[in-house]
Design a protein around this ligand. Structure first.
Ligand code: GLN
Length: 392
């Protein structure tokens, strides 16, 4: 047999459906409510800081695990917000986006035969991350409408082989914000089975209706067994800069830094300088960010409900999961293709967030990190869509 093929691991996962939907959107000239990136500008101070860093010739490699000002800003910001001491030298590693942060962490901690517990629906990268790192994923379902998990199902997913659980709160794609009680349940299992929590908290500041973000690292006994992942992308509307980081217990930092170093050497040096400036923005910036997103959430919810989508109201992040049975949809992929091609609105098919595609067959995800004009244009285009049994 020819050796001119991809590896076995590489054939076990597909192209990212999220990125594919953005490409289809470009092909059909749609309104892109699929891949979650803002279509409005980043804060002026942050952009100016990046330009100033390039002008000042911060153009060579930063320290492989991250420029000191950014690492210090990450450490002091987390300590200030959550009262947990973090050492910039021993715990923070800057990566090329939280995507690389997650992959470096997985590759740094997983041995063949290790199992990783993943909540579904999940952000689609976690599946390939598990396969690439050699982990066996064990999925635990979050059940709509409020995306709760069954504690017995979670308990049954943990065993002596469990190396880690991947958590994402506020959650993509559901908008769920894990409560302290839920995190206590997860933490108790981590402690019982000596497992690591890998917590993707990229939507930390995008949270609504008085909900509060609780980092699992702050739960009793978890600081020493949690890798917290975050980045500039969502908080500062710079998804294309690819600057993210891990906050890890010192016992894991060396392994993560080694993997990160040989994968990418380091994230863009001038953008790390700008990141340190971004993290220094006053508290008002974050309140304003959340308030603006809450308004956009309400706007898109109203639009989608008026167009007969069943919406699961999100309390964090910038996505709305919907059920599309009203349109007679039994195949989310076909429906999403129809939406982008014939209606002109790009979404992400629900099945791409589930291990078993059947669970997502009647769902599609919309994002609302967009200007009002963009959401209003989607509203106009969705007029074309007619639910089953409604005469026109
Ligand atoms: N997190 C965003 C989403 O879910 C973008 C993902 C990506 O393409 N890196 O749409």
């Amino acid at each position: 047999m020819s050796k001119l093929t991809g590896s076995k691991k590489a054939t076990q996962f597909t192209e990212s459906v999220i990125r594919e939907m953005t490409r289809l959107n470009a092909l059909y000239g749609g309104v892109n409510l699929s891949q979650g990136f803002p279509d409005f500008p980043a804060p002026a101070e942050v952009k100016q800081a990046a330009c100033a860093a390039i002008e000042a010739d911060v153009n060579q490699y930063a320290v492989t695990w991250g420029a000191r000002p950014l690492r210090e800003a990450v450490a002091s910001g987390f300590s200030r917000r959550y009262g947990l001491p973090v050492s910039a030298d021993e715990q923070v590693t800057v990566c090329c986006g939280s995507t690389e942060a997650m992959m470096s962490t997985m590759m740094a901690i997983i041995d063949p035969g290790d199992e990783v517990v993943i909540f579904e629906p999940f952000y689609e990268n976690y599946g390939p991350d598990a396969i690439r790192s050699g982990a066996t994923p064990r999925y635990v379902t979050l059940h709509e409408p409020d995306w709760t998990f069954d504690p017995d199902e979670l308990t049954a997913a943990f065993n002596a082989k469990t190396k880690a659980v991947i958590l994402n709160t506020p959650n993509n794609p559901t908008g769920k914000v894990f409560t302290r009680d839920e995190l206590e349940t997860i933490a108790a299992l981590c402690r019982k089975w000596d497992a690591i929590a890998i917590s993707d908290e990229i939507y930390e500041h995008i949270i609504y209706d008085g909900h509060r973000h609780v980092p699992i690292a702050t739960i009793d006994g978890m600081a020493d067994r949690t890798v917290t992942i975050n980045g500039l992308s969502k908080t500062y509307s710079v998804t294309g800069w690819r600057v993210g980081w891990t906050i890890s217990p010192p016992s894991l930092t060396g392994a993560i830094r080694k993997v990160h170093d040989f994968l990418t050497v380091g994230a863009a040096a001038p953008l790390q300088e700008a990141g340190a400036v971004a993290l220094g923005l006053p508290d008002g910036y974050y309140l304003d960010l959340a308030a603006r997103y809450q308004r956009r959430r309400d706007m898109l919810l109203e639009i989608l409900e008026r167009h007969h989508f069943t919406c699961y109201k999100p309390y964090g992040a910038y996505y709305i999961m919907t059920d599309v049975r009203a349109f007679g949809c039994t195949n989310d992929v076909e429906f999403a293709r129809y939406l982008v091609k014939e209606v002109g609105v790009a979404t992400v098919p629900g099945s791409s967030f589930y291990k078993d595609p059947a669970r997502g067959r009647t769902k599609v995800r919309f994002c609302f990190c967009k200007r009002d004009e963009t959401l209003l244009e989607a509203d106009r285009r969705l007029e074309k869509l007619v639910p089953v049994g409604v005469p026109r």
